[in-house]
Ligand binder design. Structure first.
Ligand code: 5GP
Ligand code: MN
Length: 356
């Protein structure tokens, strides 16, 4: 796989690179790192993304050259004329937003560089490994297999950003000794300043964003005897705090921070339905759960979009937990009650007639 991809990179001249909707640090960092490498080898590399770069990544070297997909003739031509269209950090057409069709129909070689489960079948060649910490990690491997001396400041900073964001600052289970060695190499060769990158990415929050976080934390609900938790972002919460959806990166993880919680969901209300983000730890896997709703992702971090209103989606998804996780038996009685019955019971208990 590695040899074939390296041979393709050697023989091709023009590349279009793209990544998933609502790009995160791994998405932006890996397309930029790969583009810098290709350009250093004298190749033409054009990045076209379906969604804008998040504001806290705009400083990344080369971010200003990323094109935002507008379906213009120039962009359609760039995709049609590229020897290689590289899809990075995403392995399904519906993750590419409005660009999906043009990418799938591209006449050039469709190359996948990715670490998600169950890739779709339309790629011609793939450098993909589920166990890789990040797509940035895989890009590093490609460069390392070719010529590690090509790693310069721009490549190192963009790939470091990709890796640090997708590993939750080196704390998820996808972190290995090899990854630390690789990161050591990036720091050394590229003169990366880890503390600067961390503070730029993680510590630049707006007041609106923190106000929203307080509302999100306040929405926390526990179920299944404390083994499942969920939080909510409604459209009203966004409007009232003035925060934007980009401000919500990482909020889902708070639901996992409670002792005993095996999986958490963050439900985000949108105009067309509800985005569900799943997070879990260790052997509690949530990707099948997300897949059952038409989404996907990684065993411990996945997502789906449900075309139903917020409350209906929450009710439906939370109830499904025992189908996808091997939960400990709940205290007797509670699991017999539907949410509606539980609400009725609570109302009865709270009514004045029941207060002696
Ligand atoms: P997040 O919850 O941060 O949006 O996404 C977590 C992971 O789940 C990401 O790695 C992403 O690739 C995957 N994911 C999120 N939403 C979707 C979706 O709608 N479809 C698929 N296939 N994967 C998703
Ligand atoms: Mn990733």
């Amino acid at each position: 796989m590695l040899k074939e991809v390296c041979a393709l990179i050697e023989s091709a001249q023009s590349f279009v690179l793209t990544t998933h909707a609502r790009p995160d640090g791994d998405a932006v960092g890996s397309v930029l790192g790969f583009a810098h490498y290709l350009r250093k080898k004298g190749k033409k590399a054009t990045i076209i993304n379906c969604d804008l770069t998040p504001f806290n990544m705009e400083w990344l070297p080369g971010a200003g050259d990323i094109q935002h997909w507008d379906g213009s003739l120039d962009q359609i031509r760039a995709i049609a004329e590229a020897d290689v269209v590289a899809v990075m950090d995403a392995n399904a057409k519906n993750r590419l937003g409005a660009m999906g069709k043009s990418v799938v129909d591209a006449p050039g070689v469709k190359l996948l560089i990715d670490h998600h489960t169950d890739p779709e079948g339309w790629f011609d060649l793939a450098y993909a490994r589920e166990s890789a910490s990040s797509t940035g990690h895989l890009v590093y491997e490609l460069i390392d297999a070719d010529d590690p001396s090509l790693v310069d400041h721009a490549i190192a900073v963009t790939l470091y950003t990709a890796i640090v964001t997708d590993t939750g600052s080196f704390r998820f289970s996808n972190v290995t000794p090899d990854l630390h060695r690789l990161v050591g190499d990036l720091i050394e060769r590229g003169g990366v300043e880890p503390s600067e990158i961390h503070s730029t990415i993680f510590d630049r929050k707006s007041p609106e964003s923190l106000r929203l976080l307080s509302r999100v934390l306040n929405s926390l609900q526990m179920s299944h005897d404390g083994q499942i938790s969920h939080t909510v972002i409604s459209r009203a919460m966004l409007q009232e705090t003035g925060a934007s959806i980009e401000d919500t990166e990482g909020y889902v993880n708070w639901g996992l921070a409670i002792e005993g919680v095996r999986a958490t969901m963050l439900f985000t209300e949108t105009e067309r339905g509800t985005k569900v983000s799943f997070r879990s730890q260790g052997s509690d896997h949530v990707h099948k759960w997300a897949q059952s709703l038409g989404g996907g992702g990684h065993p411990n971090a996945s997502g789906a979009f449900v075309r139903k209103p917020l409350d209906e989606t929450i009710q439906m998804v939370v109830k499904q937990a025992p189908r996808f996780l091997d939960l400990k038996a709940e205290s007797a009685g509670e699991d017999e009650l539907s949410a509606e019955d539980q609400a009725y019971l609570t109302m009865l208990q709270a009514s004045p007639r029941n207060r002696g």
